[in-house]
Design a protein around this ligand. Structure first.
Ligand SMILES: NC(=O)c1ccc[n+]([C@@H]2O[C@H](COP(=O)([O-])OP(=O)(O)OC[C@H]3O[C@@H](n4cnc5c(N)ncnc54)[C@H](O)[C@@H]3O)[C@@H](O)[C@H]2O)c1
Length: 332
């Protein structure tokens, strides 16, 4: 397949692109390179790889990037609640308006598959966390980030008669190493703080969330692209593993086994708007998708890499919430 990956230089994208190339696909990346080009630089000379440094808000660039494309994996976004809160106009323009434009252009260009990266954050604050949220659970987005994802999901799935096979993947919070590392993701951040700084401040240790390894997330996308169209058309799948829902306190206890001696302080919070436990049975049952990694595996990997001296740059280089106003400056 000729696959367009928007946001292909990002944390998930740079893992996914390598996986798709290894699988024999041709991959075109459309990315504004908000966090640099280092994550995909070594791919630029690789056969079957093509980089377009452009903004998904640029309709002409999008139309050009769609030429000859069979499938689109749409990852480009301002990612995370804090990053969206910091630049709300750019977040709306990219995550919502430009994304709806991309979907229209992809349909017009005759693209046969479209995979949209959404998030389990859409479940927001669950009234009762003794239950697990399946795909049909009420969506209660509590941030601009999740609201834009919910709106796009609805628009994408509203046209089931369209010949383009559209699939929504609601990812659990990702963790694990990537060529574009992010230490603003909970598991990665906790390991780094406990190991490098020897201390961690945890807000609202009782809140639940599901977690999935970035390599498993990339594999799920590959599996959806290769599934028969009728198995994935106009469908939503949570991506993760039902056994991998954790409270923050559980993460701390897992990390403590690898990193004893760190000083951990808990700050009571009753008002974290995100508290959700999720069921991943649909993707397991219908697509036979199984995760290969658990959070303890990821903790071992990240701790091992940090101990070897990886990611020595300042934390700001690996975060979506470091001062990086470029997206806002570029167009909004
Ligand atoms: N990381 C997670 O835990 C997580 C969880 C659920 C869903 N997701 C979704 O997965 C996708 C990828 O997330 P990530 O963690 O890799 O994020 P990331 O911030 O590392 O990557 C996003 C990429 O999109 C690019 N981009 C941003 N705006 C652009 C624009 N206007 N035009 C072109 N490119 C642009 C950036 O340069 C970056 O390379 C996102 O859609 C995100 O919402 C991520």
């Amino acid at each position: 397949m000729q696959i367009l990956v928007t946001g292909g230089a990002g944390y998930l994208g740079s893992v996914l692109v390598r996986r798709l190339l290894d699988g024999g696909h041709h991959v075109r990346v459309l990315d504004l390179l908000l966090y640099g080009r280092q994550s995909i630089q070594e791919l630029e000379t690789r056969a079957g790889f093509d980089l377009r440094v452009a903004d998904i808000r640029d309709q002409a660039a999008v139309a050009e990037a769609l030429e000859g494309i069979d499938a689109v994996v749409h990852l480009a976004a301002i990612v995370g609640d804090p990053a969206c809160a910091r630049q709300p106009e750019a977040a709306r323009a990219i995550n919502l308006d430009a994304t709806l434009g991309l979907i229209r252009s992809a349909r017009a260009a005759g693209v046969s598959r479209f995979v949209f990266a959404s998030t389990c954050s859409n479940y927001g604050r669950m009234a009762d966390t003794s239950m697990l949220a399946g795909e049909d659970h009420e969506l209660r987005p509590v941030s601009l980030y999740a609201s834009t994802k919910v709106e796009v999901e609805r628009a994408l799935l509203q046209q089931p008669e369209s010949p383009m096979t559209a699939t929504v993947l609601r990812f659990a919070t990702l963790y694990g190493p990537s060529p574009r590392m992010r230490f603003d993701l909970t598991v990665n951040e906790f390991v780094r703080s406990m190991l490098v700084e020897g201390r961690l401040l945890v807000y609202g240790e009782q809140f639940w969330r599901p977690y999935v390894h970035v390599a498993d997330a990339a594999r799920a996308i590959g599996q959806v692209l290769e599934a028969p169209p009728k198995a994935v058309a106009a469908k939503v799948f949570n991506v993760g593993n039902t056994q991998e829902n954790y409270r923050k306190i559980d993460l701390v206890n897992i990390i403590r086994e690898q990193v004893p001696g760190a000083q951990v302080e808990f700050v009571a919070r009753t008002e974290d708007p995100r508290d959700y436990r999720v069921s991943f049975e649909r993707i397991r049952r219908e697509l036979h998708f199984q995760t290969a990694f658990t959070v303890p595996d990821g903790v071992r990997e990240i701790a091992g890499a940090l101990e070897q001296g990886d990611w020595r740059e300042p934390e700001a280089a690996h975060s979506n919430v470091a001062p990086q106003p470029r997206a806002a400056v570029m167009q909004s």
